[in-house]
Design a protein around this ligand. Sequence first.
Ligand code: NDP
Length: 277
Amino acid sequence: MTDRYAVFGNPVGHSKSPRIHALFAAQTGQDLSYQAVLAVKDGFPAALQAFIAAAGGPAGGANVTLPFKEEAFRLATRRTPRAEAAGAVNTLSFEAGAISGDNTDGAGLVQDLKNNLGCDPAGRRILLLGAGGAARGVILPLLLENPAELVITNRSEEAAARLALEFSRLPGCAVAVKPDASSFPGLAGRAFDLVINATSAGLSGAVLPLPDSIFAPGCVAYEMVYGRQTPFMDQAHAAGARVGDGLGMLVEQAAEAFFVWRGVRPQTAPVLAALKE
Ligand code: NDP
């Protein structure tokens, strides 16, 4: 019987996940269906249970997008270390009597950097802009790549400091995660090899008051927002950085979820190319 998967969110109509997973399934010959499910704000647990209980095939798993990632974290009966570190779950696997929670966003970013942008985080000076859920989710996977340093800056400085403190206590973490105490303009004179914009500023076209000096020669500037040209991308390009957007991260996190569910790793390049068309 066809295994059923879905992405839960609100809104969810815009989600590219059904198309991405349909392409992965066709490419790998996996027999599965994947749909988008709109859950009302307080109705995510009920919608999830209804999906699991519905007739018509075994429910294999689900992706979870805004605003339900933290709720999915709480609903999961067991969680992977990267989900624990992220404090959020974007991938659920249904097993007999258990719901496993994982977070593939950070792995998706790292895969996109390495595979599609030729940017290995190892040894790089990394600046992470933002301290929300997306920033939190990528810190552990980035640290596991052994960067030279990881600095977190956020509009609200306390949030950056809290996040840096939390991750600096990770056992076995060789790299000190440092908050930049003076927020964006205070970065003047500092230089980084990889600048990751994990703020949502680009969604509203807001300009981050960043000094051009942060983009070292050969720098890669990564904008997590996708589907639009943002002021961050414009500034980074003008400052000589190589610029990538979050579409590759979206496809790579989906590939990682597909691997978690099916044990098969799909090729992402043709799917990324299809989405860009
Ligand atoms: P959150 O709402 O949790 O966090 C938003 C962050 O953006 C905070 O750090 C906030 O700072 C900052 N911010 C918002 N507006 C501004 C502004 N005008 N100037 C400066 N900073 C600002 O969102 P998420 O962390 O969940 O998501 C962040 C972005 O990442 C979203 O745009 C999302 O689309 C994208 N994303 C992309 C993914 C992909 O696969 N490509 C996956 C996940 C997320 P403050 O704390 O001061 O409010």
